[in-house]
Design a protein around this ligand. Structure first.
Ligand code: MTE
Length: 315
């Protein structure tokens, strides 16, 4: 089989003109092409629009970004946990293509003065998109450095005016048995939760992209949570509902094994998982083990949230 390089292929050979123009209109409506134009001074060519993931931007840089070496795009997008698409690390990249991410809405409800349903493209315009290069630590013992693109969760929550009685935020993700697993691996839909002050913390991100491009489905498209000082399972993917509550929400992994996965899930090298140590980690792409840092290296920003708490009991 002969595979042509994208540069050898005329867009008209791949896509009829009306179709790629339709796609350009969709991207423009989504605010993606205009943003890319502001970045590079020109709209991407029709060829780029049909062959590459849409670029996001313009992107503000964040003082919260680490300067550590980024994990290659390929590893970030092919070594994933997204159990709705299979339990092997390579399954999500193989199967998540079935997920349709437009149109998409996120309902923000519960203890809020102005509960609302946001269209995903409206949500993208609530705040300037930023690039946040974060260390990510999985509870299984591996870590990555990922250049996310997103907006602070706080900028969405402020829109609905949380009531004084709101103390927690619950995240509910899509469960569509037409495209996702029906196996009872977890109690679907996958849910997660944060305390309201954790949710409002400036480090807490709603990610819509990575490496400057729209989020691949396997990484949680069109919108997923990123909380860099917590183990990766807090990062609920493909969110459809965000609910402000006065009670600590049940979370998928806590329901599955409550002695192993607590509500807080803060990265803590001093508190072992019942079946393995959390003192070290393996950065994907490296062989040596590195010491795991308290709050995944974000202690300066977040330790005050847990002052006076027993982090062994509240793991
Ligand atoms: N979200 C949903 N909906 N389903 C999942 O299975 N897995 C979690 C989290 N979010 C999961 C999910 C786990 S265990 C991890 S480690 C991270 O997603 C992995 O995110 P990544 O693919 O970006 O590394």
């Amino acid at each position: 089989m002969l595979i042509q390089r994208p540069s050898d292929i005329l867009p008209s050979e791949i896509t009829p003109r009306t179709l790629f123009e339709e796609r350009r209109r969709f991207l423009r409506d989504a605010g993606l092409l205009l943003a890319a134009g502001a970045l590079g001074g020109a709209l991407p060519s029709a060829e780029a629009a049909v062959t590459a993931a849409p670029k996001l931007g313009p992107l503000g840089a964040s003082p919260f970004s680490t300067s550590e070496e980024k994990t290659p795009y390929k590893a970030v997008t092919t070594y994933n946990n997204y159990y709705e698409f299979g339990t092997d690390k390579s399954d999500p990249a193989e199967n998540a293509g079935r997920l349709i991410t437009r149109p998409w809405t996120v309902r923000v409800e519960g203890l809020a003065g102005k509960p609302r349903t946001f269209d995903i493209d409206e949500l993208l315009r609530l705040a300037p998109l930023e690039e946040r290069i974060y260390r990510m630590r999985c509870v299984e013992g591996w870590s990555m450095v990922i250049p996310w693109v997103g907006l602070p969760l706080a900028s969405l929550l402020k829109q609905v005016e949380p009531l004084g009685s709101a103390r927690y935020v619950e995240f509910v993700t899509l469960h569509d048995p037409k495209v996702m697993s029906r196996l009872p691996v977890l109690d679907w839909p996958y849910t997660e939760g944060l305390r309201l002050d954790e949710a409002m913390h400036p480090l807490t991100l709603l990610a819509v992209g990575l490496y400057g491009e729209v989020l691949p489905n396997q990484n949680g498209a069109p919108i997923r949570l990123v909380v860099p000082w917590k183990y990766g399972f807090k990062s609920a993917k493909s969110i459809v509902t965000i609910r402000l509550t006065d009670k600590q929400p049940a979370t998928a992994w806590n329901k599955a094994a409550k002695h192993e996965y607590g509500f807080y899930s803060n990265v803590n090298p001093q508190v072992d998982h019942p079946r393995w140590s959390q003192a070290t980690e393996r950065r994907i792409g490296e062989f040596r083990k590195r010491p795991t840092l308290m709050f995944n290296g974000y202690a300066e920003q977040v330790a005050s949230l847990y002052q006076g708490m027993d982090l062994r009991a509240n793991f």
